[in-house]
Design a protein around this ligand. Structure first.
Ligand SMILES: Cc1ncc(COP(=O)(O)O)c(C=O)c1O
Ligand SMILES: N[C@@H](CCOP(=O)(O)O)C(=O)O
Length: 450
C-alpha cells in the first residue's frame, strides 16, 4: 500500500519547482519536467505534489482568497480563457504563463431533471454532465494537462490504451499540440462514435487482438521501450486535470459539499482523482466536510466492488464483460489510489447489472439529457443506494455522467430499433409520403396512450 501521504510540499522542499512527481510506493521525487511514466526506482505510480497556494508575501492563502482566485481566474486572462481546468491552475499544473494545449474544456453543467430524480428516488439528485466536454467525455480534463506536459517535456509521440474515450481525447489534443498520437484499442470492442472520433482526429489506431487490460499492458511496455509519452490515467498529470470535475462541482455548489458524489468506475483513474481533489480541498479549508464517494462498476466488470466487499483485503482481477464498453475493464490500474479515496471519504463501491444500466440510460435519454451507457451506471447506483436506505431523503447527491449520448450510436439503434423489450413507443416507422399516413400514426399512438 502507498507510503506517499503528503498532501502539499513544505516550504523547503523542491526549491525552484512548482510541484514534484512523487512515487506512491517508495516516496522518490522526480523533477516536475521528468517524462518517466512511473518511478524509475521501483515502478510505482507517480503523484503530483503541489505547493499550497501562497499570497505575495509567501503566506498560505485563506480559503476565501483561494475561492476568489478560482472565481477570478478566467476573467483575468487575456481574451478570457474559459477553461474549467486551467481556472484551477494552482492545484493542477502551475505554468507561470507557459503555453498550454486547451480547447478549452470543462465548465460542464450541473443539471436537475425531475423524471430522473423520481426514477432514482432521490429529490436532491444533480447530474454533472461531463459529456459536454469538447470530445464528449471527462477525459478532456486530464488530456489538456497531460498533453501540456508532453509538450513541456519535448515528447515526440504520445500513446494510450483505450476503450474509446481516452483515444478520442488523446487524438484530438495530440492533433492540437502537433504531436503524433498512437492508440491501442481492443479490436472490435470500441463504440462507433469513439472510433470515428479517434480516426477523424488522426491518431494512428492499433486494433489489438485482446481486451483493454491487454492493451494497457502493451502500451506501457511499448512506451517504456520506445520512449513514447504515455497518456493513460496512470500519468499523474491526467489525474490533476480530472480533479477539476470535483473542484468545479464544489464551486458550482458554492463550496458547500454534497452528501454523496457517485461515479462510474473502470480503470479507477477518476476515483483516484476525486479522492485526491477532496483531500486537497479539505486540507486547504475549501470545504468543511467531505462527501462520500461512491464508485459504481458494471456487474460483469466489478473487481473493485468485489474488493470492497472483503474490505480490500486483496486485489482482484476479472475477465470483464458488460454492455458498457467504456468500463469493460478487469484489472484497474489505479487500484491502491482508489482504495485510499474510498476509505478516506467513508465511501462505497457498488455493482449494477447491464439491465439496470440500460434502464437508467433510457430514463436519462428520455429526459432529453442523454449519456453513454457507462455513464448511466452512476444513476443506477444512486437508485440502488436509495433502495438500500443509504441515501436518505434530503441528501444532496451528485451523479457524474461521464460521456455523451452520441458516443455509442450502435447501442441506441439496437435499443430503439431492434430490441423488442425497450422503448417500443419510440420505434421508427416507415410510411408512405402522405398526410393520411401521418394522421394514422398519430391516431395509433393516441390510441396506445389511452
Ligand atoms: C464514459 C466513461 N465512464 C467511466 C469511465 C471509468 O473511468 P475510470 O477508468 O477513470 O474509472 C470511463 C473510462 O474508463 C469512461 O470512458
Ligand atoms: N474508459 C477508458 C479506459 C481507461 O482509460 P484511462 O486512461 O482514463 O484509465 C477509455 O476511454 O479508454
Amino acid at each position: 500500500m502507498a507510503v506517499n501521504d503528503t498532501i502539499f510540499l513544505s516550504a523547503h522542499e523542491a526549491p525552484g519547482q512548482h510541484s514534484v512527481q512523487r512515487c506512491d510506493d517508495c516516496g522518490q521525487d522526480l523533477h516536475e519536467r521528468d517524462a518517466s511514466p512511473a518511478c524509475p526506482q521501483c515502478g510505482g505510480l507517480l503523484a503530483i505534489i503541489h505547493r499550497a497556494p501562497l499570497d505575495i508575501m509567501g503566506a498560505p492563502l485563506e480559503p476565501k482568497a483561494i475561492h476568489h482566485t478560482f472565481a477570478q481566474h478566467c476573467c483575468a486572462m487575456p481574451m478570457g480563457h474559459p477553461s474549467g481546468v486551467w481556472r484551477f491552475e494552482s492545484l493542477v499544473m502551475p505554468t507561470a504563463g507557459e503555453a498550454i494545449t486547451s480547447h478549452p474544456e470543462g465548465n460542464t453543467p450541473l443539471m436537475t431533471r425531475r423524471v430522473v430524480s423520481e426514477w432514482a428516488g432521490c429529490d436532491g439528485l444533480l447530474l454533472k454532465h461531463e459529456g459536454y466536454n469538447p470530445t464528449g467525455s471527462f477525459k478532456d480534463r486530464g488530456m489538456t494537462v497531460g498533453t501540456t506536459q508532453a509538450v513541456r517535456t519535448g515528447a515526440t509521440a504520445v500513446a494510450c490504451a483505450s476503450t474509446g474515450n481516452t483515444s478520442a481525447s488523446l487524438a484530438s489534443y495530440a492533433a492540437q499540440a502537433g504531436i503524433p498520437g498512437l492508440v491501442f484499442v481492443p479490436a472490435g470492442k470500441v463504440a462507433l462514435g469513439k472510433m470515428a472520433q479517434t480516426l477523424a482526429y488522426g491518431a494512428k489506431t492499433l486494433l489489438v487482438k485482446g481486451d483493454f487490460d491487454t492493451c494497457l499492458r502493451l502500451v506501457q511496455e511499448a512506451s517504456r521501450e520506445l520512449g513514447i509519452y504515455l497518456l493513460n490515467s496512470i500519468n499523474p498529470w491526467r489525474v490533476e486535470g480530472q480533479k477539476t470535475i470535483v473542484f468545479e462541482t464544489l464551486q458550482q455548489l458554492g463550496w458547500d459539499a454534497p452528501d454523496f458524489i457517485v461515479l462510474p468506475a473502470g480503470n479507477l483513474g477518476n476515483t483516484a482523482a476525486f479522492g485526491k481533489a477532496l483531500r486537497e480541498a479539505k486540507a486547504l479549508g475549501l470545504i468543511s466536510r467531505v462527501p462520500r464517494l461512491v464508485s459504481v462498476q458494471a456487474a460483469g466488470a466489478a473487481p473493485f466492488a468485489k474488493g470492497f466487499r472483503d474490505h480490500f483485503a486483496q486485489r482482484y482481477t476479472v475477465q470483464a464483460e458488460t454492455i458498457a464498453t467504456a468500463i469493460r475493464i478487469g484489472d484497474p490500474a489505479s487500484w491502491d489510489r482508489a482504495v485510499r479515496a474510498i476509505r478516506e471519504t467513508d465511501g462505497l463501491v457498488l455493482s449494477v447489472t447491464d439491465d439496470e444500466i440500460i434502464d437508467a440510460k433510457v430514463r436519462i435519454d428520455a429526459a432529453g439529457v442523454g449519456c453513454e451507457p457507462a455513464s448511466a451506471a452512476s444513476v443506477a447506483g444512486v437508485r440502488q443506494l436509495v433502495r438500500d436506505g443509504i441515501i436518505r431523503s434530503g441528501d444532496r447527491v451528485v451523479a457524474v455522467l461521464t460521456g455523451h449520448v452520441l458516443k455509442d450510436p450502435g447501442m441506441l439503434v439496437e435499443l430503439h430499433q431492434e430490441r423488442t423489450d425497450f422503448a417500443q413507443a419510440n420505434r421508427p416507422v416507415e410510411i408512405d409520403a402522405t398526410v393520411k399516413a401521418v394522421a394514422d400514426i398519430i391516431a395509433a399512438s393516441r390510441g396506445a396512450e389511452a
